[in-house]
Write a protein that binds this ligand. Structure first.
Ligand code: PLP
Length: 404
């Protein structure tokens, strides 16, 4: 008999993953070129060639060093990861954002998902509250549940998709242990404005004083470098000292299957040394032990590399312009690779099902805690976007938005 928790998890199993499976089935039935799968954030751009080159070089260098090289590359290591890798990341962050990290502030993680889980394990007691701004990455629910914490959600402003900060202030209680910020945002593509971040920080400072607690701001940032039109994403430690950064190379270097990211804890965070040691231990006790070794070394050599943002930008422009012309209401993405679109009918699940009739796969907003909207992941080939446009025209016509 499986546990009650997992029984519950199976019932609410990820809508995105379910759609991924459905997309594969539809592709087998109708041919991949006739299915427009915008469901999963799986990057269509290849990893920069420097990544594979680095992996080959690292393997060759290990071979040249014989048994010592093999042990160094394939053996156990510190739970936080290779010191040289962590130092390279700290130096890179210091150069880009004026921080003062050294290797000990960085823990290498099994992607952002691994990072979030080891942070949660380190700071949460059962019953603690974690606040997420809707719409949010649906997996946060499962991560909070792993540690018997309660996920509390804050409503967005449905025009701008910046968070509603009066709702935020009202939701903070003496049990609030953490607040998650994800900007550029999955699923909206919105970047939180500096003013939003300043106000979030001010509210948190006030509430910490009011309750005599520490509230950590967790910056979940897999999309930091995926920004358009010259937009910038601030490094959030500059607003609020109790910030913990969780980064991932899954999207920035198109490496989601490699499972690599890091957590950065600044020295000025409350109980920073305990946090850092706790995060390292959690990496071990949750069974990750350490982030995969070869890809750790490879990303450390590719910190100046970037995925092809122009590729996503072309999809972004094409999809936003064409869908808007067809009469759909879309939020213009400023970053990440998602388009957030209003469902023409209140029940967006019905709209998602209607889309499937035209072989368009979208994810319902309810999966992100925000009904009435859908998400399109445009990290697909240009052809998929182009070929999908006539299908979207039919879908628009089905709702009387604009005639074909
Ligand atoms: N956080 C957000 C907001 C995401 O969109 C994702 C992946 O899509 C993750 C975390 C998990 O990323 P990773 O593959 O690095 O675990």
């Amino acid at each position: 008999m499986i546990s009650k928790k997992i029984q519950k998890a199976l019932q609410g199993s990820s809508a995105i993953r379910a759609m991924f499976v459905e997309g594969k089935e539809m592709a087998a039935r109708f041919g991949a070129e006739h299915v427009y799968d915008f469901s999963l954030g799986n990057p269509a751009t290849p990893a920069p060639s420097a990544v594979n080159d680095a992996m080959r070089d690292i393997l060759r260098e290990a071979d040249e060093r014989g048994a010592v090289g093999s042990m160094e590359l394939h053996g156990y290591m510190e739970n936080a990861g290779y010191e040289a890798v962590r130092r390279a990341i700290a130096d890179n962050l210091n150069k880009r954002f004026g921080t003062d990290f050294d290797a000990h502030n960085i823990t290498m993680t099994v992607g952002a998902a691994g990072g979030m889980n080891i942070i949660f394990k380190t700071i949460l007691n059962p019953g603690d509250e974690v606040i997420a701004f809707a719409p949010f990455f649906g997996e946060y629910r499962g991560y909070a549940d792993n540690f018997d914490a309660v996920l509390i959600t804050v409503a967005p402003d449905k025009e701008t998709f910046q968070p509603d900060l009066s709702d935020f202030a009202n939701k903070i209680t003496e049990n609030t242990r953490a607040v998650i910020v994800n900007t550029p945002n999955n699923p909206t593509g919105v970047i939180y404005k500096p003013e939003t971040m300043r106000r979030i920080a001010a509210i948190l400072e006030d509430k910490q004083k009011e309750y005599g607690t520490d509230i950590y701001l967790i910056s979940d940032e897999p999309y930091r470098e995926l920004v358009y039109d010259g937009n910038q994403v601030d490094f959030l430690t500059k607003y609020y000292k109790n910030t913990i950064v969780g980064y991932s190379f899954s999207k920035s270097l198109s490496l989601p299957g490699e499972r690599i990211g890091y957590v950065a804890v600044p020295n000025e965070a409350a109980d920073a040394e305990d946090l850092i040691r706790g995060i390292e231990i959690s990496n071990r006790t949750l069974g990750f032990v350490n982030a995969p070794s070869l890809i750790q070394k490879a990303v450390a050599r590719c910190l100046e590399e970037q995925t092809d943002v122009a590729f996503y930008d072309e999809n972004r422009r094409m999809l936003y312009e064409e869908l808007t012309k067809l009469g759909f209401t879309c939020i213009k993405p400023e970053g990440a690779f998602y388009l957030w679109m209003k469902s023409p009918v209140e029940n967006e699940e019905a709209f998602v099902n209607e889309g499937k009739k035209y072989h368009i796969l979208m994810v319902k907003g309810t999966a992100f805690g925000c009904p009435g909207f859908v998400r399109l992941a445009y990290c697909v080939s240009h052809e998929t976007v182009k070929n999908a446009l006539p299908a979207f025209a039919k879908l628009a016509a089905a709702y009387g938005l604009r005639k074909e």
